[in-house]
Design a binder for this molecule. Structure first.
Ligand code: ZN
Length: 644
């Protein structure tokens, strides 16, 4: 690790205007400098440099960061390499042992690049075998055709075939000058105990796995022979490009449809995803057989808060996956399920009934997960009081994981009716569970592990900040944290602690991943009593943090004026009166959350009425009632703020 003091030293000497000035002709405009962006083509300057803050930001393509980020992006270097190149240029002494890190970083970068090139080659190879070779056509292609996959869909997902040969892929790859070591690392070939190298996917149909940015990162090969005793699927090993628990199959092809529909179908397998696309439903991803991980859920949350789980089979099948579904609730997602007839999965069922009937089945049979769970568990209870107590606990646990208090209350009210139980008793049980749950969570809280960017820094940043316009006020709150977090506040360690405590009281959450990244870091720094000055974030040793900070600080703040006017709060510059700014932003976030929940509940009510589902109708009505009460309280509070 490079010591923070060294990073600070480099950034102090390698000022942003000098570093950028070597590549871009900058003109002064007020406190800032502007020029033509070196990262995208433009005729009028939208690239801005702030010497005071030590950052750059392009308002055309969104790239942002400090001096180190600029060199990384401009010269295509790793983080430590970029620091070293600045140190060399500005004659700053470089710690001896860090040369090892540079070599390591270079090696990783070049291995990553080589793996990427090899994967692209292999995807073309498998596709080629499927469409061009006799074996591929008669065995592979006809298998997909029997499953009912259309040719356009087979091509879209880059499905392929691996010949039933011990060495065809290996020979072809070696002839194309790929080295054996890399082939082994990518998992395309394996080595026997006798040291013989052989093709890993012999005689299998191939699924190409794309990362969420569309790059080919891995493969899965499915066996075709019934008597085959080997594994049904052979998957790529973990590589520098592929971390199975961080990926969702199909996400790259689903992104747009998820945004349009504001929900995603979660299925289990590759073929489920593909057959959904074929039925015209594109907002679908798969956890690919493994149980859902926290990182996968975070990935979903980048795109939507609404998940409909389509797991194999009937009620019993869903029962088996309930734990995994609870994890979704815990992350604040709204969860629904669709049960299928016994023995059917999303793939088999859509083939059986056809595209139209399938999509209307999904619409009609979508159920709220918690209400579905209550009814499902109640069928086993009959008049057994012990079983009923068990079921109650089980349901309270699920409800207790929902981060939003208003929603928890609405569920409690509806479940009290369904369970035929006193509401007060359920609330008491819920509170007890919440206490234990929160204490447990606090214990589990650890320093956020932040991976250094997987793709290029700016690619990752762009992905992180993509939903930007939707979260103006959230971003503004983070900006207030970054600018004023270190200042004093009576009764708290500082402003940052005050803001985070208030937000927790109000059950407000940062939805946007880039914001959570920064807020987690702020929490960590608070816990460790580290100083929270703005420079600590701009100079941060994680390039994702420094670049997000730059992007947030460079953003213009007209937005804040808009919402303060709406509230009747006098416009003040954040420097003059940041406390007022904080409370009006807090109010706005609360208001926005309530509005969003109310409109969602309204949509749900409409759907429930269409389906004629009584529990869901009652639940939605209850939720809307609670939300209205909350809104009244809020406008009262807003009135008080105005009087100040
Ligand atoms: Zn640009």
């Amino acid at each position: 690790m490079i010591p923070q003091s060294k990073i600070d030293e480099i950034l102090q000497v390698a000022t942003i205007e000098e570093v950028v000035g070597d590549y871009v002709r900058l003109k002064r405009r007020g406190a800032n400098l502007t020029g033509l962006c070196p990262f995208h083509n433009e005729k009028t300057p939208s690239f801005s440099v702030s010497p005071a803050k030590g950052i750059y930001k392009c308002f055309g393509c969104g790239k942002a960061g400090n001096s180190v980020n600029f060199v990384m992006e401009h010269d295509g270097l790793g983080y430590i390499e970029a620091l070293k190149s600045l140190a060399d240029k500005y004659r700053i002494e470089w710690p001896q042992q860090e040369n090892v890190n540079i070599d390591h970083e270079k090696a990783i970068r070049s291995e990553k690049e080589s793996l990427q090139i090899l994967n692209n080659w292999a995807a073309d190879y498998f596709e080629n075998q499927l469409w061009e070779s006799d074996e591929g056509k008669t065995i592979g292609l006809s298998y997909f055709e029997e499953r009912g996959f259309r040719h356009d869909i087979i091509k879209k997902f880059k499905l392929g075939y691996s010949l039933e040969s011990w060495s065809h892929l290996n020979d072809t790859a070696l002839a194309a000058l790929y080295n054996e070591d890399l082939l082994l690392k990518a998992g395309l070939v394996k080595k026997s105990e006798q040291g013989k190298v052989y093709d890993a996917y012999r005689g299998r149909v191939m699924f190409t796995i794309h990362g969420h940015t569309g790059k080919v990162i891995a493969f899965a090969g499915r066996q075709l022979k019934k008597d085959d005793k080997s594994a049904k699927y052979v998957n790529s090993p973990e590589t520098l490009l592929y971390h199975k628990s961080n990926e969702l199959y199909g996400l790259f092809y689903a992104k747009n449809a998820i945004r349009q529909n504001d929900f995603v179908y979660l299925v289990e397998g590759y073929t489920d995803v593909i057959s959904m696309h074929q039925a015209g439903i594109e907002n679908v991803v798969a956890s690919s057989g493994t149980s859902l991980t926290e990182n996968q859920i975070k990935l979903i949350k980048r795109h939507t808060e609404n998940v409909t789980v389509l797991y194999d089979g009937d009620a019993a099948g869903i029962k088996a996956s309930m734990r995994g579904i609870d994890m979704l609730l815990e992350q604040g997602l709204n969860v629904k399920v669709v049960p299928f007839p016994d023995g059917e999965d999303p793939d088999s069922f859509s083939r059986k009934v056809g595209a139209d009937a399938y999509s209307s089945y999904l619409k009609k049979e979508t159920r709220d997960f918690i209400l579905f769970k209550v009814k499902l568990l109640l069928t086993d209870v009959a008049n057994d009081p012990i079983k009923k107590a068990q079921v109650t606990r089980d349901i309270v646990e699920s409800i207790g994981k929902i981060p939003d208090g208003i929603k928890r209350m609405a569920f409690i009210k509806e479940c009290a009716v369904l369970l035929d139980m006193n509401e007060g008793l359920l609330i008491a049980e819920l509170n007890k569970y919440r206490n234990d749950f929160l204490t447990q969570k606090e214990k589990e809280w650890v320093e956020p592990t932040i991976d250094t960017p997987k793709v290029s820094l700016q690619e990752e940043l762009k992905e992180l900040l993509k939903v930007e316009p939707l979260f103006e006020q959230e971003r503004y709150m983070v900006k207030l944290l970054l600018l004023h977090g270190h200042k004093e506040k009576e009764g708290y360690a500082n402003i940052a602690q005050y803001i985070l405590a208030e937000m927790q009281n109000l059950e407000l959450f940062f939805e946007q991943e880039a914001m959570r990244l920064l807020v987690d870091e702020i929490r960590f720094m608070l816990q460790e009593n580290l100083p929270l000055h703005t420079e600590a974030f701009i100079n941060h040793s994680n390039p994702l943090i420094s670049a997000s900070t730059a992007s947030i600080l460079a953003q213009q703040d007209e937005a804040s004026e808009k919402w303060t006017i709406k509230y009747g709060v006098p416009i003040v510059s954040p420097e003059d009166n940041y406390l007022l700014d904080i409370s009006s932003t807090m109010l706005y976030l609360e208001k926005k959350q309530l509005e969003k929940m109310t409109s969602q509940a309204g949509e749900e009510l409409k759907l429930a009425i269409e389906k004629g589902n009584e529990e869901e109708i009652n639940f939605s009505l209850e939720l809307i009632k609670l939300l209205k009460e909350k809104q009244k309280e809020l406008s009262h509070k807003a009135g008080i703020v105005i009087l100040h």
